[in-house]
Design a protein around this ligand. Structure first.
Ligand code: ATP
Length: 319
């Protein structure tokens, strides 16, 4: 039996701007995505039956076709039926460390790991751009999760321009265990509340999207100006999530009152993150937030910016 173990990192959004609707029903977005070293571990193992099986240690993660990791494996079996016939089925074991439904792309990263892992397990020989084309069929964040690092993402989020990574920065994350936000709900609510601000003309959409390349935040990233980066964070979805989740809004205020470079909600939330310049500072912020909100429902993590997407876990052998 052959097996591969992979590391599937989470991402945060340093920037998320909604600029309009797309004919395919998705939103036209401008995002800046950054990988962090909070990661799930994914094990892929060939099995003799022609099935896809998913195991996960987290009770909220589905094990059926609705699991994004399952869908990634299914997509490969449909695209490469000969490899599926030759190698048989696959067992996917997900060791969840990334909080679920948190705006950190946990499911997308798992799907990315399955694409990368099956490419190796079934010796498909696909290049990273080819894997990213497949990934775009599974979800907007999946192509980024394959490569990771830092990138501007436009279109649905699948068109990527890479940025230099600032892997010296740290991030503190906070999420209430009992609060989950549906990404679909967040975008639909945004459309119904703020759709009148959308840009519809194709030319204006294009120029709004390309503006990000010369934006102050991208400039700050190129100059590794962490103070500026902290000040220029943006997430339009805060406009719909914070008003209906007062505990999340309060958590953001507590983060903002500590000594951080900046704080923001990630993706569709409800995770709030704050940036710091050092690991010691990240731990101090974590302790200060814990002291201000001693609620055991609040989980906190300290992590580091990372310039990696999915990686083979070097500690695990390829049997
Ligand atoms: P994104 O930031 O990409 O919008 P998210 O971090 O908000 O994603 P996920 O953790 O990916 O959210 O989970 C969203 C939903 O998807 C969950 O409610 C869960 O039921 C479902 N799901 C399907 N597959 C997975 C997976 N492999 N890991 C986590 N959740 C999954």
């Amino acid at each position: 039996m052959r097996s591969y173990s992979l590391i599937a990192p989470a991402k945060i959004n340093l920037y998320l701007e909604i600029i309009g609707d797309r004919p395919d029903g998705y939103h036209e977005l401008v995002m800046i995505l950054q990988s962090i070293n909070l990661a799930d571990h994914i094990e892929l193992r060939s099995i003799s039956t022609d099935t896809i099986r998913v195991h996960c240690n987290h009770p909220q993660v589905p094990l059926d076709q609705s699991n994004l990791a399952y869908r990634a494996a299914e997509l490969i079996t449909l695209e490469y039926p000969n490899a599926f016939a030759q190698y048989g089925g696959v067992e996917i074991t997900i060791n969840k460390k990334i909080p679920v439904a948190a705006g950190l792309a946990g499911g997308s990263s798992n799907a990315a790991a399955v694409l990368v892992g099956l490419n190796m397990l079934w010796q498909l020989g696909l290049t990273q751009p080819e894997l990213q084309d497949l990934a775009a069929q599974l979800g907007s964040d999946v192509p980024f999760c394959i490569s990771g690092g830092a990138a501007i993402a436009t279109g649905r989020g699948e068109q990527l321009s890479y940025l230099p990574t600032m892997d010296s920065l740290y991030v503190v994350l906070g999420k209430y265990r009992s609060i989950a936000v549906s990404t679909a709900w967040a975008y639909q609510t945004y459309r119904s509340e703020f759709g009148s601000e959308y840009v519809y003309d194709a030319k204006t959409l294009e120029s709004r999207a390309s503006k990000v390349h010369s934006s102050p935040l991208v400039n700050a990233i190129f100059h590794k100006d962490s103070q500026q980066i902290g000040q220029l964070l943006r997430n339009d979805l805060e406009r719909v999530v914070l008003p209906v989740e007062p505990k999340v809004a309060q958590l953001r205020e507590v983060f903002a009152s500590t000594d951080v470079l900046g704080t923001m909600m990630s993706g569709s939330g409800p995770t709030i993150f704050a940036l710091t310049e050092s690991e010691a500072q990240a731990h101090q912020v974590q302790q200060a937030v814990r002291a201000a909100i001693p609620d055991p429902d609040l989980e906190l993590w300290a992590a580091k910016f990372s310039n990696h997407g999915v990686q083979l876990n070097s500690k695990t052998k390829h049997l």
